[in-house]
Design a protein around this ligand. Structure first.
Ligand SMILES: Cc1cc2nc3c(=O)[nH]c(=O)nc-3n(C[C@H](O)[C@H](O)[C@H](O)COP(=O)(O)OP(=O)(O)OC[C@H]3O[C@@H](n4cnc5c(N)ncnc54)[C@H](O)[C@@H]3O)c2cc1C
Length: 393
């Protein structure tokens, strides 16, 4: 029997797997956890909106057919010659590989950043960010040192801005619980580029700046982090910011195994794919999501987003099955639906297919994307079961 192996159950891998599962095409899926988590909502878990487990779903609740196998293990290498994936506990041969292991943080060589910052990348890190902030606030209650109440978020793209919005909603409640003056905590969002949220239009950015500033954020653009030490962020020009919590959201790169295995990669470690999302180095390997270097009609690589990852996963599911059965493959045609950024519960900014939206409407549209994704994964059953946990928590 032809062996299809999918590695990584994020947006791209789960969508590909769902497509194969629906047509009972046999495959094996290897993932670090037995659950699929919603990366795009991790800021909600970190910011205390809901318990981390609300933002995940058991993989077997989505993939229900006996034709699929789910292996919980960590992928540690690819042997391209032998067509084998190596994991922490063994080896898995494949005839067709779907590589969707997602991203790791990009630290741009900034000294100390990796060692002294937290990163929002999965359920565990969302939980540790939340617990770290709680413990810093408890420390303030003990010693009165306001540095415990200062949080620096490096990077003001989608992840950074959404996290800041969420923190600004949560911290006043945390202060009330611990008897801290809610005016004391400080959230600084530090960005090297001239603007926050480069994905949206200038007027929407302005609206996001106003909303976040009104809620108390200190937004600092054109400000480069040049070094990080324990509890200290050093900026270009000599200024230092002392903070109990330092979180890095400033960049991502593709999973390093692609580069290690000798695939053709770009400067962000993404492996080059053809129009069918097969590696240009090996047609037996499909690559999707944040790991894929696919150039759109404008010649630029499509951005690393969940939106692109699900569209790629969907096509890969179809194409890998077609490849197995000798059918023609379909080309990838990215369909940009727009960008939505939440600025805390119920408010946001963004554009929907070019139409600018902000405030409550954008917040509502963002909530709708959660239900839409659940629907894509598991139809009405999943959308009904899970969305009550996720929407308006
Ligand atoms: C807080 C936050 C907010 C975001 N908001 C948005 C948004 O609003 N809209 C948007 O479009 N995008 C958003 N993004 C970006 C989006 O989440 C990513 O582009 C998307 O997750 C990429 O999907 P993927 O399938 O490539 O990888 P992932 O979703 O990261 O999945 C990779 C999977 O592989 C598993 N894995 C990794 N390494 C191994 C290993 N060695 N062995 C086994 N398994 C492994 C991981 O556990 C994970 O399940 C956001 C990201 C963050 C962090």
């Amino acid at each position: 029997m032809t062996r299809i192996l999918i590695v990584g159950a994020g947006y791209a891998g789960m969508t590909a797997a769902t497509h194969l599962d629906r047509i009972s095409e046999p495959f094996t899926l290897i993932n670090k956890h037995s659950y699929h988590y919603f990366t795009t909502l991790l800021h909600e878990a970190a910011g205390g909106r809901g318990e981390p487990f609300h933002y995940a779903i058991p993989i077997r609740q989505v993939l229900r057919r006996a034709s699929s196998e789910v292996v919980v293990d960590e992928v540690v290498g690819i042997d391209r010659e032998r067509r084998v994936i190596r994991t922490a506990t063994g080896e898995h041969p494949y005839d067709w590989l779907v590589f969707t292991l997602g991203w790791i943080p990009e630290y741009f060589g900034i000294p100390g950043l990796r060692e002294h910052s937290l990163v929002l990348s999965n359920l565990e890190t969302a939980r540790s960010i939340r617990e770290h902030i709680e413990s810093e606030f408890h420390a303030y209650v003990q010693d009165g040192d306001v540095r415990h109440l200062r949080i620096v978020v490096g990077g003001a793209g989608l992840t950074g801005v959404e996290l800041v919005g969420e923190l600004l909603n949560w911290l006043p409640r945390l202060c009330v619980q611990l008897g801290i003056d809610p005016a004391l905590p400080e959230v600084q969002n530090i960005e090297a580029m001239p603007t926050i949220l480069p994905q949206v239009s200038e007027s929407l950015r302005e609206s996001a700046v106003q909303t976040l500033t009104r809620k108390g954020a200190k937004l600092r653009v054109n400000t480069k982090i040049v070094q990080v030490e324990r509890g200290i962020v050093r900026l270009e020009g000599g200024e230092s910011v002392e903070a109990g919590t330092i979180i890095w959201t400033g960049g991502v790169r593709a999973h390093p195994l692609l580069q290690e295995a000798g695939f053709t990669v770009d400067r962000r470690g993404r492996a080059k794919v053809n129009e069918f999302l097969q590696s240009v180095d090996d047609e037996r390997v499909f690559i999707g999501g944040d790991c894929a270097w696919f150039e759109g009609a404008d010649g630029k690589p499509v951005p690393p987003t969940a939106q692109m990852a699900t569209q790629m996963g969907s096509l890969i599911g179809d194409n890998v099955s077609s490849a197995v059965h000798g059918q023609p493959l379909k080309p990838f045609r990215p369909n940009f639906q727009g960008t939505l950024a939440s600025l805390g519960p119920e408010v946001g900014v963004g554009d929907l297919k070019g139409i600018p939206v902000k405030g409550f409407i954008a917040g509502l549209a963002k909530e709708a994307t959660k239900v839409k994704y659940l629907w894509q994964l598991g139809g009405v059953r999943l959308a009904f079961d899970k969305s009550s946990e996720l929407v308006h928590m």
